[in-house]
Ligand binder design. Structure first.
Ligand SMILES: *Cc1c(COP(=O)(O)O)cnc(C)c1O
Length: 430
């Protein structure tokens, strides 16, 4: 009942995946703070370990509280299954892990969360993987970057830090033609504003740390599978299509069909990489998701007000919010994220780097933190923090030039936010 796909988003964000606890009737999803689960008998244990029966063994793999969150997010995204992880960055590794191998590459957008640029340009090299970064507004460049060793295409729906909107339909047409899965980081949009599977994405990844939890309490991540990709067709994804020695030669795609990726992520990914979400963390995120649509509406409403005010202020050079008619991405809002362009954007100060540094020190209501998607309004100077490890060229390509600050607009009163920015601008430019 709770998963009735005809229910609207507001109903599903509260009910999907959850039922009253069968043992106690508890209405709120209990925090199953248990590491292990008692087997009915030896045959039951053997069946679970052979993946012949679905059930709980050990909480590195599955946990009933985390399972509710997985089903909740999968339902809201319109996917067939989801796997929660310890952080958004863990989710990215978990998404790539079954697809990649030594010598293989991912074609990624230049406009990504700063930590993702670092993870992709540096750390994944240790696995023998590589990333090719291109401007995803240049479709010919995306096409040209895909080669025989490409195993994934990766972008954000509403992209960091500028709130740029990716033309997911055009990108998925390219990845489809190449027979390569498209992974979309939907953190900044959330499934309320954007549903990447409706635009051809194969997998969606989330940092649940951000809007899904919504109030800056826990880190977490999630990989959602559309269930639509044919993992066998090209022979390029042996983890899915070829016999798995650790499970007596079981072939994931043949055995689990559309759930192949989800089962692989639990049975191999979580089992061996261990990037597991804990049940307490899942509880906080479940609490947050119940009010997702209400918060996102207010984030968008406030972002429009604040961005419009900034755009008309003479101390501000430009504002990148895609929800402003002046944005080159404005036309994409209606097709990609029809309920709004989110709460994240950047603006440039005419005073440059020095003004930006003074500005983040002068705000009082905004919090100067490395985070986004909180109920509170947040601000950061990307070039001196999150994008500090990047070269000046990478910073500029990412939209994190030295004269730019990024804001994540919260759900406070917009007038109070504007007043705070006004007084901070006065101090930063005096
Ligand atoms: C925060 C963030 C991440 C990384 O998530 P963590 O939970 O911090 O590991 C990835 N992508 C985007 C868009 C993010 O905002």
């Amino acid at each position: 009942m709770s998963d009735d796909p005809t229910f609207g988003f507001d109903t599903l964000q509260i009910h999907a995946g959850a039922r009253p606890d069968p043992a106690t009737g508890a209405r709120q999803t209990p925090i199953y703070q248990s590491t292990a689960y008692v087997f009915r008998d030896a045959d039951h244990a053997a069946a679970l370990f052979n993946l012949q029966e679905v059930g709980y063994i050990y909480s590195r793999l599955t946990n009933p509280t985390v399972a509710v969150l997985q089903e909740r997010i999968a339902t809201l995204e319109g996917g067939v299954g989801a796997v929660c992880c310890s952080s958004g960055h863990a989710a990215q590794i978990m998404a790539l892990f079954p697809l990649m191998g030594p010598g293989k590459n991912v074609v990624a957008s230049t406009r990504l969360y700063g930590g993702t640029v670092t993870q992709f340009s540096q750390t994944i090299k240790r696995f023998g993987w590589s990333a090719t970064f291109v401007d995803f507004d240049d479709l010919e460049a995306v096409k040209a970057a895909i080669n025989d060793d490409t195993r994934a295409v990766f972008c954000e729906s509403i992209a960091n830090p500028g709130g740029y909107i990716t033309d997911l339909d055009a990108i998925s047409a390219i990845s489809d033609a190449a027979g390569i899965p498209l992974i979309v980081d939907n953190t900044s949009a959330t499934p309320y504003l954007c549903r990447p599977f409706d635009h051809g994405a194969t997998l969606v990844v989330h940092s649940t740390t951000k809007y899904l939890t919504g109030n800056g309490t826990v880190t977490g991540g999630c990989v959602v599978d559309s269930g639509k990709f044919d993992w066998t067709a090209s022979g390029k994804f042996p983890s899915m299509s070829e016999p798995e020695p650790a499970y007596h030669g079981l072939k994931f795609h043949e055995t689990f069909g559309p759930l192949a990726f989800t089962f692989h992520s639990i049975a191999i990914g979580l089992r061996d990489l261990g990037m597991t979400m804990n049940p307490q963390g899942a509880h906080y995120t479940l609490m947050g998701i119940e009010t997702l649509s209400l918060r996102m509406q207010r984030h968008v409403e406030n972002a429009i007000k604040v961005a419009s005010w900034l755009e008309n202020d003479p101390r501000v050079d430009y504002v990148t919010y895609a929800g402003l008619p002046s944005s080159p991405y404005y036309d994409r809002v209606a097709s990609i994220c029809p309920k709004g362009a989110g709460g994240l954007f950047t603006f440039a100060l005419k005073g440059g780097y020095d003004s930006c540094v003074k500005f983040v020190d002068a705000v009082e209501l905004f919090s100067h933190v490395a985070n986004l998607g909180d109920t509170r309004s947040l601000i950061i100077h990307s070039a001196s923090t999150t994008h500090r490890q990047l070269t000046p060229e990478q910073q500029a390509a990412a939209g994190a030039a030295p004269n730019v600050v990024r804001v994540s607009i919260g759900i406070e009163d917009a007038d109070d936010l504007i007043a705070d920015l006004d007084q901070a601008l006065a101090k930063a430019t005096s």
